[in-house]
Design a protein around this ligand. Structure first.
Ligand code: BG6
Ligand code: MG
Length: 216
């Protein structure tokens, strides 16, 4: 039996841009900046690990309390962007694939680093489509560690090598590859070249392509 694991931010919803804006403001408040290219290294990475990376880029260190404050402030700022998220914010082409998988009785799992995953799935009306949800509250190791995908596969009872993973981040593609799953990158070919298959968006994915992966 095959199963499908979806990342959330930047795959199902366009929330990756809000993480970027919130981290950028945090860095700017501390007196430095980082580029969109550097931001690719933050995608898929946990909140704690992201702040550690950003502070390193800015040659800045914080006390433990300041670190916690900054993490909370970043999350508050991020939450202000996603308050009004609805099903209209599901990225184009995503629902078509999810509906096809549902019709075919293929188990679907979420594998996200975010601790905000459940509220986002609720707001977009997708909660019931998933047979299992594994998010930042369930894992101790950040992508590219494969932990999140391994748990996601276990929860739907599908062997690792029979899982397809949709990912928009380099760390996530690496995590799927390390887990021995089939990685499908959603984004730029230059960035996600380690993925087994790459598409600019879900709109480019033909149902036959998915059918093929599910039957071979
Ligand atoms: C990932 C995002 O899905 O979740 C990262 O790609 C984000 O940008 C990480 O930092 C943690 O998310 P959150 O919502 O728990 O801060
Ligand atoms: Mg992502």
């Amino acid at each position: 039996m095959k199963g499908v694991i979806f990342d959330l931010d930047g795959v199902i919803v366009d929330t990756a841009k809000f993480h970027f804006l919130a981290w950028k403001k945090l860095a700017n408040d501390l007196g430095f900046d980082f580029t969109e290219l550097q931001n690719e290294e933050l995608k898929g990475v946990s909140r704690v690990r992201s702040l550690e990376k950003i502070l390193k880029w800015g040659n800045t260190s914080l006390s433990e309390d300041e670190f916690k404050e900054k993490m909370a402030a970043k999350n508050d700022h991020y939450l202000s962007y996603i308050t009004n998220l609805t099903s209209k914010d599901i990225l184009p082409g995503v629902s078509r694939i999810i509906d096809f998988l549902t019709e075919q009785n293929i188990p679907i799992s979420l594998g996200s680093a975010s601790k905000n995953a459940r509220p986002i799935l609720k707001k977009t009306g997708l909660m019931d489509k998933f047979h299992a949800i594994v998010d930042g509250n369930d894992v101790s190791k950040a992508k590219p560690d494969p932990e999140v995908f391994i748990i996601a596969a276990e929860k739907i009872g599908v062997a690792k090598e029979n899982c397809l993973v949709f990912e928009d981040s380099v760390a996530g593609v690496q995590a799927a590859n390390i887990a021995g799953m089939t990685s499908i990158g959603i984004g730029e070919k230059d960035v996600l070249h380690e993925a087994d298959h790459i598409f600019n968006s879900f709109e480019e994915i033909e149902i036959d392509f998915i059918k093929n992966l599910l039957t071979t």
